[in-house]
Design a binder for this molecule. Structure first.
Ligand SMILES: Nc1ncnc2c1ncn2[C@@H]1O[C@H](COP(=O)(O)OP(=O)(O)O)[C@@H](O)[C@H]1O
Ligand SMILES: [Mg+2]
Length: 262
């Protein structure tokens, strides 16, 4: 299988601290992979590294076969990104449609007059994620689940091949979260490769092909048919309890890459 994303022995420093240490993983074309791990584990940093927003101090990152910071504008447009969501001021003066359109041409808040084709693309993306009827509603008035679908439509409006999502179900109730994962699964079936950061390990295991557990230096990474050892679980704070208490979920995970010298 062709890898759309690969990291080999990647080290990242932020503000003088090592945030990622010797991370090795890949995301194959067409896969739905989830990244889990405790707060501060470096999950957002991992996505930013894949996006080329942060350069590693050591190791190799490849996206579509290239270092991400060398991707052209056109290649960059093959990646859709749903950033970790901040609270939105209820009076934020954008309609859902405007938010989706920013996915085509820039940062949130900057809206030029869209072309007919852009509006159609936005409506299509909203239709795909089930929020077309909310197009004219102010984003601040929507529920958490509706808002996340609007942000998903924003990430999808450029028809990306690779979708990166950072904790997309934060602030979304459990039933709506499951609907959201089901929707992502259908988007995957439509040919999109997905890498998603989430806290929802147990639930998400029913939807994803692979899980990567990350805690700065240690990544557990693998397919459902691989075996997760007790020892690995014990080392994976944030993962262990979740894996054990979801007996009905498919066995997830895992071969894991230890730090050198361990
Ligand atoms: N801009 C920054 N300056 C200094 N430290 C940062 C910065 N961004 C992240 N960090 C630190 O890097 C670590 C990993 O952060 P992050 O990738 O956001 O973790 P996660 O998304 O898993 O919660 C944390 O210890 C965080 O405090
Ligand atoms: Mg984060």
């Amino acid at each position: 299988m062709k890898a759309l994303v690969s990291l080999r022995d990647v080290w990242v420093e932020v503000g003088g601290h090592t945030v990622l240490e010797a991370v090795t993983m890949e995301v194959g074309e067409g896969e739905f992979v989830s990244v889990v791990g405790p707060n501060g584990a470096g999950k957002t940093t991992l996505l930013k590294t894949i996006l080329g927003l942060i350069r590693p101090s050591r190791g190799e990152v490849r996206v579509f076969g290239k270092p991400p910071w060398e991707l052209s504008r056109k290649e960059r447009a093959r990646i859709g990104y749903l950033p970790q969501i901040q609270e939105i001021d209820p009076s934020f003066p954008l309609r859902a449609m405007d938010v989706v359109l920013t996915g085509l041409y820039g940062v949130l808040g900057y809206v030029r007059r869209p072309s007919k084709r852009e509006r159609e693309a936005a409506l299509e993306a909203m239709e795909l994620v089930g929020v077309r009827d909310l197009a004219d509603r102010p984003i601040g008035e929507l529920s958490g689940g509706q808002r996340q679908r609007v942000f998903l439509a924003r990430a999808l409006v450029g028809r990306p091949e690779l979708l990166l999502l950072d904790e997309p179900t934060t602030g979304v109730d459990p039933a709506a979260s499951e609907d959201f994962y089901g929707l992502l699964r259908r988007i995957q079936e439509g040919g999109v490769t997905i890498l998603m950061v989430t806290h929802d390990v147990g639930v998400v295991s029913r939807y994803v092909d692979k899980v990567a557990c990350i805690n700065r230096s240690l990544v557990v990474h693998g397919r459902p048919e691989e075996v997760l050892t007790d020892e690995a679980l014990a080392e994976m704070y944030g993962c262990s309890a979740l894996f054990f208490h979801h007996g009905r979920a498919p066995h997830m995970v895992v071969r894991f890459h230890r730090k050198e010298g361990k």
